[in-house]
Write a protein that binds this ligand. Structure first.
Ligand code: 26Y
Length: 822
């Protein structure tokens, strides 16, 4: 009997090959003789998307029919990374596609590398959102990820003469095969203007908002397929467009240019991602972006809900809305506005629904990173929301007064309005009051939240506080990025670990098997060789895969202390120069990361890394012992190359400053050992892998508090530690900057006179610890054991575990399996 496969769903190699050829012709409009790599990438991407679509539509149908509870993740950022490989892995068709592509005379890896990754986020917070989307789908939890479809994502970084240069990221330029526009689901969003009150037919007091202008939001949907399940959730990203009918009216006939201006203005709203991971004061466009996507998303939820024949009474039972930091926290006021002004709910009922609906995740303890909006700006853009926030605040402060009679301190510290000087709306306070749960992202972080940043809220509302330690998806961060190690693991313990990461523990049973350890080393060596090749191709630097790969990749920030790492490098350099025959463990120091364009100190650290590299890499006396590499344009794609190749993971933030970190988890999962402070999730990683398999150094948070209380003076350390002094003096002498002693002055002075992040206090401890690392690396058998144990004990850090905790503690949702109809 002949079986005929559909070209859009069939999985035989022959059908896949035909489908690719078909898409090349009918979608790209090309035949092989004139097709580019990119054309083939597109043809392949559509072939894969076709195989995803019936799962996606089926999923949506089940969600609607069964009226399930939906998790709505609100995030201003998603650092998605490339879709193609991930979808191949999650669909389980990597091998078939590889063969079909080869039979078409092409190379799959090359096509995979052609994909321009969507970089719609800055760093950890955006990447976390994408890991969570993968886990939600893999666990079959109904969910939508709402966000902004920035036309320009995070800038591409080039390094010129050692300095960072920012290039706009035109990720949509060649088309995006993974998204589908849904103009029929467009919504309107109001801005500016004023409010007026009126009495309705029944004589009820009501408010209406007469905006200055209206912007249209168009959703673009991207399927997010789970791993080897039929669930495909949606990431729904909003683009702003002009609302022409409105503008042409308002700018009356004849004012064509006025109307065009408006159009340009409206479309600017979602043009670009702000490349900062700290708030920039008074940027109105940023508030517009936040309100725009939150309003679009909440209107979308309400439309879906009412379409199902519901009333809004049970909204909170059908939608769990999670605020990814304060960026979407205006949602609290917006849902209140929609319920009260548009759907005529009384305040009390509206508030009950709102508080039950929202959960709030905090990602930072740095007080300077808390979002506050100048009252004037806020009221000008969102006059109705300011009124609502005043009313929320009035009722909230009444509650505070009951608990703390006569305590004006408490009132002022808890208020949603900061009135200590210039007035601000405090977005974190709005999020806390309007959510039923508040969580930090690692144990220490959640504890410190209760003790410091949100202390007063914790005292008032202790039952709201909880912790959900971050996690990462083992699909992208192991199966996709490290196929060699994944295969080795599966050959020993089967494939179940990919869905249940705790099963990695079974690897411990092979730890005494010398053959296995040998294979483990061979895989590591192979991926290090690949990275060495990449470094050579990109930068012309030759590094040895036998050296210890010491890696720090993450956003550039003073609190993350990339410059502490540099001080270690310079100290080793000085030691070799003093003692040219010094026998040290050869190391390759690898850095990567972007600096916010306006963050001068961070940019100077990049320049310093490159300058030190220039000297060290070319000093014949150093030879192969030290190499320093700064990888330009660190992003998800590059991360997928880097994590598997690392021996040592640098997690060296000042204790108490890194909320969690997630790179730390990716490194350990891939068998790197960590040198780290007692900070964020490092603590829990160390707890899991065992203290003997983790290199801990540095002051703990309480010790730092004590030191600061005594009066910290960095000069004391500089004057009493000759190696530290030598390193600093060498930078200051202009040795790394062609004699220009002033180049790094700002950086060095901030260390010598302030050292806000206590590099000097931790310097010696860090050096000693690095020495222990070097010694340990010499015993390769023992190092391999530690490496295997790191991987084996990473089960806890799967984002599947995190998502299960969110479901239980915060969202109250459970899986909805999707059956395929034929
Ligand atoms: C206000 C706006 C400009 C802004 C934009 C992005 C503010 C902050 C951010 C990003 C913050 C961020 O990435 N935080 C990181 O979140 C990770 C996920 O929870 C944590 O692992 C990491 O420690 C934290 O720094």
């Amino acid at each position: 009997q002949i079986q005929i496969e559909d070209d859009r769903t069939g999985l035989s190699i022959e059908t896949l090959r035909r489908a690719i050829a078909d898409n090349l012709f009918y979608i790209q409009g090309k035949f092989p003789a004139i097709a580019t790599k990119h054309d083939y990438y597109m043809a392949l991407a559509y072939t894969v998307r076709d195989r995803l679509l019936h799962r996606w539509l089926n999923t949506l149908e089940v969600y609607l029919k069964q009226d399930v509870k939906l998790v709505c993740y609100l995030s201003a950022e998603y650092l998605v990374g490339p879709h193609l490989v991930n979808n191949l892995i999650n669909l389980g068709i990597y091998e078939q596609i590889r063969q079909a592509v080869e039979e078409s005379g092409l190379n799959l890896q090359q096509l995979i590398n052609t994909e321009e990754e969507p970089g719609l986020g800055n760093g950890g917070l955006g990447r976390l959102a994408s890991c969570y989307m993968d886990s939600l789908a893999s666990l079959e939890i109904p969910a939508i990820g709402y966000g902004i479809r920035y036309e320009f994502g995070i800038f591409d970084q080039e390094i010129k003469d050692g300095w960072q240069v920012e290039i706009t990221d035109k990720w949509l330029q060649d088309g995006n095969p993974w998204e589908i526009a849904r103009p029929e689901a467009a919504v309107s969003v109001k801005f500016g203007g004023h409010t007026e009150s009126y009495l309705d037919d029944q004589g009820n007091y009501r408010v209406r908002w007469l905006p200055e202008y209206i912007v249209k939001g168009i959703p673009y949907d991207t399927p997010i397929l789970g791993y080897k399940v039929n669930t495909a959730n949606s990431m729904r990203l909003w683009t702003s467009e002009a609302c022409e009918s409105f503008d042409f009216q308002r700018f009356n006939v004849g004012d064509y240019y006025g109307a065009v201006d408006r159009k340009v203005f409206s479309e600017n709203l979602t043009k670009v991602l702000y490349p900062n991971d700290e708030p920039i004061k008074g940027k109105e466009l940023r508030l517009q972006q936040q309100y725009f996507f939150v309003s679009c998303s909440l209107q979308d939820m309400i439309r879906i809900h009412l379409n199902e024949g519901n009333t809004l009474d049970n909204f909170a039972e059908k939608f769990a809305v999670q605020l990814n930091d304060t960026h979407p926290s205006i949602g609290v006021a917006e849902l209140m506005r929609l319920l009260i002004d548009v759907h005529y709910y009384p305040w009390e009922k509206a508030w009950e629904i709102t508080e039950k609906t929202f959960g709030f995740t905090n990602h930072t303890l740095l007080p300077e990173a808390l979002e506050r909006w100048p009252l004037g700006l806020f009221g000008h853009l969102l006059p109705r929301h300011l009124e609502i926030i005043y009313e929320i605040n009035k009722r909230f402060l009444d509650q505070v007064r009951l608990k703390y009679p006569g305590n004006n301190e408490k009132l002022s510290s808890l208020s949603l309005i900061d009135e200590r000087g210039d007035k601000y709306v405090r977005m974190a306070h709005l999020a806390c009051v309007g959510s039923h749960k508040i969580n930090g992202v690692a144990q220490l972080h959640s504890e410190l939240l209760k003790k410091t940043l949100l202390k007063d809220f914790y005292e008032l509302l202790p039952e709201k506080f909880t912790n959900v330690t971050n996690g990462v998806t083992p699909r992208r961060w192991m199966v996709v990025s490290n196929p060699e190690l994944s295969q080795l693991i599966s050959s020993k313990i089967g494939e179940n670990w990919i869905k249940n990461l705790d099963e990695l523990r079974k690897l411990e049973g092979f730890i005494d098997d010398g053959g296995f350890r040998q294979q483990w080393r061979e895989v590591k060596r192979k991926v290090k060789q690949d990275l060495a090749q990449y470094i050579h191709d990109k930068l012309g630097i030759i590094v040895s895969p036998d050296s210890l790969f010491d890696v720090q990749v993450k956003r550039l920030h003073e609190y993350k202390r990339q410059h502490l790492n540099v001080l270690h490098i310079i100290t080793l350099y000085n030691r070799i120069k003093q003692n040219p025959n010094l026998d040290i463990t050869p190391r390759t120091f690898i850095f990567g990361g972007k600096a916010a364009p306006g963050y001068h100190q961070a940019k100077l650290i990049i320049k310093l890394i490159n300058s030190v590299g220039d000297i060290v890499n070319h000093d014949p006396e150093i030879g192969e012992r030290l190499k320093v590499v700064f990888l330009p344009d660190y992003n998800v794609t590059l991360g997928q190359r880097v994590y598997p190749a690392a021996d040592l993971s640098e997690q060296i933030s000042t204790a108490g400053k890194e909320a969690s970190g997630t790179g730390n988890m990716k490194f350990s999962l891939n068998g790197a050992l960590t040198i780290g402070t007692f900070d964020g999730a490092n603590i829990e990683i160390r707890e899991e892998v065992g203290e003997e398999n983790f290199f801990l150094f540095g002051l703990k948070t309480e010790e730092i508090d004590q030191l600061r209380a005594q009066g910290y003076n960095p000069q004391d350390y500089y004057n009493s530690n000759p190696e530290l002094k030598a390193a600093i003096d060498l930078i200051n002498s202009g040795f790394f900057s062609h004699g220009d002693g002033g180049l790094f002055q700002l950086l060095i002075n901030s260390l010598l006179y302030l050292d806000h992040y206590l590099l000097f206090a931790d310097y010696q401890s860090y050096l000693d610890c690095q020495e222990r690392v070097s010694q340990a690396y010499k015993d390769q058998e023992h190092w391999t054991r530690m490496s295997i144990l790191n991987t084996a004990r990473m089960g806890k850090f799967s984002s599947d575990r995190s998502i299960r905790e969110y479901c239980d503690k915060i969202w109250n949702t459970s899986p909805v399996p999707i059956q395929m109809k034929d």
